[in-house]
Design a protein around this ligand. Sequence first.
Ligand code: RI2
Length: 313
Amino acid sequence: MSTEFSPQLKQAFEDIKSMKVRGAGRIARAAAAALKNEAFYVNDDDPGKFFERIQKAGDYLKSSRPTAVSLPNSVNTVVKSAQKGLLMKLDVNQLKEFVSKAAEDFITKSIEAQKKIGEIGAKRIVSGDIILTHCNSQSAISVIKTAFNEGKSFKVFATETRPRFQGRLTSAWLADAGIDVTLIPDSAARLYMRKVDKVVVGADAIAANGAVVNKIGTSTIAAIAKESRTRVMVAAETYKISPQTYLGELIEIEIRSPYEVAPRAWLEKHPKIKVLNPAFDVTPPEYIDFIITERGIYPPQGIIMLFKELYEL
Ligand code: RI2
């Protein structure tokens, strides 16, 4: 048996790591799809060995980016299905179908969740609102676009989101949909916050205490919003809730390459300059008004109840 991962799995890993595929929901779906593909690639008649291969492939994918909890939650859903099939004494062909179904179900649920979040969140947007969003979250954009499609008329500020400028994607998506959008530098958020009625952002991970891990700069925006008494809404699927945080573990913050902050040639000319490039920060629960999930709206302090329900504690 070859223990090599498939070229497609390696490509999925690279695409997630390099952020060619990015956004917490997207990377979770890409990982599920890659595991489904891997299941059909593995060529071994032994169910135990098949399971090991899927588990290893899952661990490999999980190591591509450390913060978005959606990634391990998606991988664990698929790997657990293989484990369940193993306990049911399924043969390898049946296990492949089992894994494939689990991956497809995850992908379908993820897409449905983002749609549902849009429907629930849109109820909180009214005509005349000025909304500010940060980075590029499919869930946050689902809220904004659904409200627009319902006929509401509002304006959006999109922060450019340095250093990778995901705000350009957001403003293009919104403008293409016909929404009035203004791209601003991240550093202009405080200047315009007085005009803003609602901040709508996504999440990469949610801790059991309701703290939200999202794109770097989110916590600054939330603090500025609090100062201006502007509401902060987080749009996030329930698979972004981190089970480890229930046991007190912290969510690892991904530190990315310094060359995303300044060009390599320039940094090489100035070797004494150190660069830090954290991809995410943590917004404490007291800076968040509510979290919109596919199961409804929760105050951050209520996430623990949802967590207990989800994990049947
Ligand atoms: P959706 C992104 O991370 C952003 O931080 C965004 O707010 C979050 O994922 C959630 O995105 P990155 O992959 O799942 O750009 O709502 O580092 O699309």
